[in-house]
Structures are given as C-alpha cells and as structure tokens.
Design a protein around this ligand. Structure first.
Ligand code: IVH
Length: 678
C-alpha cells in the first residue's frame, strides 16, 4: 500500500499536470516551460512505478508519455495493411456479390456488414498484453510509428488481460463530430487554422510531434480486424474474432451486423446511405466482408485488396434548398465572381450557406434564379456546388437573374465586360472591395502568411477605417483588435505576434504579397536573387529588370508601373517605417520539404491565389509546372478546375488533392495518407 504522503502527492501532481495540459493545448498559453512540465511528469511516473497500486490508465503520466518531440520512425508491418476495393454504386456492389458467389461455387453464406469509418487506419501491436507500438498504414507495407500519440487516445486499451503473446489489431482512428466542432471552435477563438473535416482533423492530430497536442484532440477508434495473433485463440469467422476483441476491451462498432446472403448486404448499404448523418461520426460508405475464414482463403487477395471484402462508397449527396439571392464578390484585380446565397442546408456533413457560381456564363447556363429551389451537391469535402434549379418548383413569373451593372462596393461604379472574356470587372482603382481583397492576398498563406488575418478580420478592420492598405496592418494595436467580434485578449495578442513575425519574410514572398500583376513566385525569386533588396528593385530601370533571367519585358513593365504608382510607393514607405525586412534573401524561412516534387494546381482555391499557391510550392523547393505528366506528384484541384488537367491526372493515376490535402502537403512534405479526393 502506498503511504499517505505519496497518495496526496500523486493526486496533486495529476491535478497540476491536467491544469498545465489545459493551459498548453486548450488555451495555448502555457504557464511553465516544457522542461518544468517534463520534470513533473517524471516525478509522477517515479511515484507510480514505486507504488503500482496508484497507477491508473487515465493518469496524465500515461496519457502524454515522455516522448515529447518524437518524430515518426518507419514501421514495417508484420502483415501488410491492405486496402479495400471500392464499389461506387449498387450495381458495382452487386457485381462484387456475383463474383464472390461464383468464387464460392454459389455457396456464399454469411457476410459481416460494417460502417466505413472516415478516419485513418491504425495498427496496434500488443506484446504480452502491453501496447508496444501503434503505426499508421503508410503505403500498406511501411507505416509511421505514432505510438506516443496513440497512447493518448482513451479508446485504445494500453493493457490487455488474458492476451496472447503477440496481437495486432487494426482499426480506424477518427474524430467524432462533436469533438471536431469543439476543436474548430477553439481553433477559431484562438485565431488558429480550422480543419476542413473530421478526417483531416484526426490525421493532423495524430501526426503531432507533441503528444500533448494529440491528447487534447479527443480521438477515438473503431477496431475492425485482427492483423496477427501469436499464441492465442484461432477463429472460424470474423464475427467470432470481433467478439473476442470486444471482450479484450477494444471498441467494436455497434452497428456491425452479420447477415445471411447478399440481399442483407445491399439492404445494410442502402440503410446507412440514407441514415449516415444520424451517427455521431462521419462515415463514407459501408464495408461488406465474407464472414467465414475458410471461404476468405478460397477467394484470396489481389496485390492490393482482398477479394472477400468490398467498400461500398456513398455517392455525393444532393439536397434541395432555396436560392435566396445571387450576389457578386470582387477580387483584388477587380474580377467579379457571382455566388449563390442559400437557405443554409446540411449537405455532405456540413451546413452550406454559400456556393460559387463561377462567372456570368455559368449562371446563364444553369439558369438559376433567386427564388428557385436548387440542387446543392457536395462530395467529401469538395467545395459545395449548385447543380441547377428544380424547375417543377419554380414560382410563376420568376425573372432570370441579370448580372449587376455596377460594383457592389460603396463607390457603385460601372462594371465592364470585355467582349470575348468570361469575366466582368470593376475597373475603379479605388474600389474598397478590391482594396480589401489586396490586403487579404497580402496576408494570405502564400503571401506574408499572417495567421489570423483572414477575410472576416480584414473586412471588419476595413469597415472601421483602420486598413487603407496593407501597410496599415503594421500599425494595428491591441486596442484596435480587442473590440472586433470574436476577438479577446488572447487572439489579439496572437494576431499581433503573427503580424510582427511576418516582418521578416524572405524578399520573394514580400514581392508576391504585393500583388503586382504578372509578378509570380519564380520571377520574384529571380528579382530577389539579382537585386537583393526591395529598394534596389524599385530603383532599377525597366530594361535592367527585363534582362534578369526569368523576368522579361512584360513583367519588367508591370513591375515598373506598379512601383511608379505613388500610393504603392507610399505603402512601401509604411512597410519600411514598420521595420519590414526588405533584403531577406539568404534565409528562406520555409522548410525545403518539397524538393523533387512537382505539384500542379488547377482551379481556384480559398486560401491561395494562383500565384501564392505557386509561391508556396516553389518556396519549399518544389516545382509547379503548368501541365500534368507522369512525373507530377499530385494535382491540386480547386473550384472550376481545368478539365484537361483533371482528365490527364485520372488517366495517369496521379493523386488528386483538394485544398486541405494541399495544405497538408505543404506542411508535411508528403501526401496525406488519406487522400481527400475531390
Ligand atoms: S477493412 C483488408 N473495415 O477503409 C481489409 N476498413 O478503403 C482492410 N476503413 O484502409 C480494411 N472502415 O482505413 C475495413 N469497417 C472497416 C473500415 C475500413 C474504414 C478504411 C481503412 C482502410 C480503408 C480501405
């Protein structure tokens, strides 16, 4: 028995550690250093080791582990982690059913139907009943060691009673919708990046270098397979093996059903397609598996997936909703984009209130009119799309939508469409909407990367007259920010810190952030390398600029014109007065994690302009070619992608990424394990 002093000390240490955990990862405002924190953890671990009767699974000593700062070592899976073949509709599911029946000479019996959890696959290895390793799927053969992080997942048993010598259990780590929404609320309140969907949030949370961050993220797991057993029971079928895992303490999804015959499979798939959003977590399909292990043996596997199982993927969801209005937004170059203002509708796992309509011709083609009931579609986390009107529901006398003749900004100037061009533009240089868009571009990830200074904050500051141009960003104070909606002391300080940090961005990024027409990342790198300083670039003559390799006469003319405008020169003066570095050429602050990768971007993205996306790639050592080839690492697809690039990528089997996947790639230097294919 532990002495009373140890009992009290352990209790006190646990409370203290929980408090510091909250300060660290919930409030993002730690009160003690990492070293002091580690010291407390070690003291607690020492006491728990000396007094095993005091140890509990929920102790913060266990939940965070001591491996802070661990990177992810490769793990070779003892049995390959296979993937599943997909059936994209019911006829493909039936075709699989027919193949299985034929493969078993018409004797197909029982199937296990499971939900296809939208998370990421995990392999848990237990030796003598202790969790010794947790690894991601990786390429199926080699994954990443994320043990320290998985130890923080409450659902994952760390000790098994009556376990075999070796046991490997596979399952899907996921984040419940409640945990996801709470996380995004917290991120939003702190001005931190929000996650696109629970799967990305789960993947991002598992790949944390600091397990304390993972611990704060409320991950869960559903287990769906035994990978390996040594020195343990053998089973005749899957259902039996799952029941055994359940008895050992693993979480087995309660919706799992054993059905007799294929009709049961089809019914299960249809049922969950209709009811998927009644669950507390996201699923992207249903999985059917032959139950009997001897039958599985007879069916065998292909190089990639077992023949005895299939994933039935749910089709993109469509919902009806009211099109309240069509409005236009104005970009930094004056280009206007119509977008649909919708009666908010829950589709594809989130509530959609707005959707882009791309341009005037697209609206005309779809002939959607304010007042129409429209079909809204969203597949995975692709940007929502208005498919078209439901004509049978169109009220009598509903007038077609007419593209506005004037800019929606307070200046109310005339919009211009040049014949032969798809875009209608605002050509007023002083348009406040363009100005806001230029400031948003300046602060965006591909520009000066000022975290927390997104659209909403820029609009709010601009409304108060605090941002006449990007130069004014550097004059913002706590008092300016604190009164904004959604801002508190913490988020104001955070934003001020990121503004201060942005002053030392490398020169090529500053150049891209300025938003000078035609001046993309490659030319910016060339100009920075040649002239070394923003002032020298400004002082250079147009012919001097034009001779720089990778610049040329068009860019040179545009750069000269841009710097020649008094208001731009005045903005540069503001930067200088604020201490923005003009000559940071040597140090790239970006990790060079994309060297050797070629990433093609097509369509428009939310957080990046075309230039800033290219800058983000080139700045990390990657290439951003204009077309897709065999050598392309990935194609990033935004709204309105080039059809030929998409087709080519599909033909060549080049991975396709959405924006969230792109951000992941930029941050991690490799493709996300789970491709959120648009
Ligand atoms: S079984 C050999 N069952 O889907 C069988 N996988 O597309 C291996 N997944 O990598 C997988 N729910 O990450 C299985 N009930 C379930 C699943 C499931 C989600 C994921 C898993 C796998 C991917 C295959």
């Amino acid at each position: 028995m532990a002495d009373p002093h140890s009992v009290d000390r352990v209790r006190a240490l646990r409370d203290t550690l929980r408090h510091h955990n909250d300060r660290y990862y919930l409030a993002d405002d730690p009160e003690i250093s990492d070293a002091e924190y580690d010291e407390l953890v070690r003291e607690l671990q020492g006491l728990e080791q000396a007094n095993p009767d005091l140890a509990t699974d929920g102790s913060p000593s266990r939940r965070v582990g001591g491996s802070v700062g661990a990177t992810f070592a490769p793990v070779t899976h003892s049995a390959a982690m296979m993937s599943l073949d997909n059936a994209m509709d019911e006829s493909e599911l039936r075709a699989w059913g027919d193949r299985v029946s034929r493969g078993l000479d018409g004797a197909a019996g029982q199937f296990v139907c499971e939900l296809k959890i939208d998370g990421l696959a995990m392999s848990l290895r237990y030796e003598a009943g202790r969790l010794v390793q947790a690894a991601t799927r990786g390429d199926g053969r080699v994954g990443e060691d994320v043990t320290a992080n998985v130890l923080t997942i409450g659902d994952v048993p760390q000790r098994l009673r009556g376990a075999p010598a070796v046991l490997e259990v596979r399952g899907e780590v996921y984040m419940s919708l409640a945990a996801f929404n709470a996380l995004n609320d917290r991120q939003g309140a702190l001005g931190d990046k929000q996650f696109a969907n629970p799967r990305n949030a789960a993947a991002g949370s598992l790949r944390q270098k600091d397990p304390r961050v993972t611990a704060s993220r409320e991950l869960s797991i559903w287990c769906y397979q035994i990978g390996l057993v040594e020195g343990g029971p053998t089973f005749g079928d899957h259902a039996e093996s799952m029941a055994w895992l359940g008895s050992l303490g693993f979480t087995i999804n309660p919706q799992t059903r054993v059905v007799d015959g294929l009709d049961g499979v089809y019914a299960f798939a249809r049922r969950w397609q209709a009811h998927r959003h009644e669950l507390a977590y996201e699923i992207d399909g249903a999985v059917a598996k032959v139950n009997n292990f001897e039958q599985r043996q007879r069916l065998g596997v292909t190089s990639k997936a077992p023949r005895w199982a299939i994933a039935y993927k749910f089709p993109p969801e469509e919902r009806f909703t009211l099109l309240r209005d069509i409005q236009v937004s104005v970009g930094r170059t004056g280009r206007t984009t119509p977008f649909a203002v919708l009666e908010p509708v829950f589709v594809g796992g989130s509530t959609v209130g707005m959707a882009t309509l791309h341009n005037q011709d697209q609206v005309a083609l779809k002939d959607v009119r304010p007042g129409d009931t429209v079909v809204v579609r969203k597949a995975g986390d692709v940007i929502p799309e208005v498919v078209g009107p439901v004509l049978s529901k169109r009220p009598d006398g509903l007038a077609p939508w007419v593209f506005p003749a004037r800019c929606p900004c307070p200046l109310d100037t005339e919009l211009v469409r040049i014949p032969g061009e798809a875009d209608t533009r605002c050509v007023e240089r002083d348009c406040p909407f363009q100005r806001d868009a230029r400031i948003i571009h300046f602060a965006s990830r591909g520009g000066m990367d000022i975290e927390g200074l997104g659209d909403k904050t820029v609009f709010a500051l601009s409304d108060r007259g605090l941002l006449a141009d990007a130069g004014d960003i550097y004059t913002l104070t706590r008092d300016h920010l604190i009164t904004l909606d959604g801002f508190g002391e913490l988020s104001a300080n955070k934003l001020l810190a990121s503004i201060a940090e942005s002053k030392s961005r490398p020169l090529p990024r500053l150049l891209v952030a300025l938003g000078c027409k035609n001046l993309g990342p490659s030319a910016s790198v060339a100009l920075a390398a040649t002239f070394g300083n923003l002032r020298s670039i400004m002082a250079a003559t147009q012919p001097d600029l034009a001779t720089v390799e990778g610049v040329g006469p068009v860019i040179a003319a545009s750069v000269t014109r841009w710097f020649g405008q008094p208001r731009n020169a005045a903005m540069i003066d503001k930067f200088e007065a604020a201490g923005v570095e003009f000559g940071n050429v040597e140090r790239s602050l970006l990790p060079q994690n994309l060297v050797g990768l070629a990433i093609v971007v097509t369509g428009s993205l939310d957080g990046f302009s075309r230039d800033s996306a290219e800058a983000a790639i080139v700045g990390r050592g990657g290439k951003s070619p204009g077309s897709v080839s065999k050598k392309t690492t990935a194609v990033v697809v935004g709204v309105d992608p080039g059809a030929s690039k998409l087709t080519k990528a599909t033909e060549l089997g080049v991975p396709i990424l959405d924006e969230a996947g792109f951000v992941y790639l930029l941050e991690n230097g490799h493709l996300p394990e789970v491709l959120s294919t648009p």
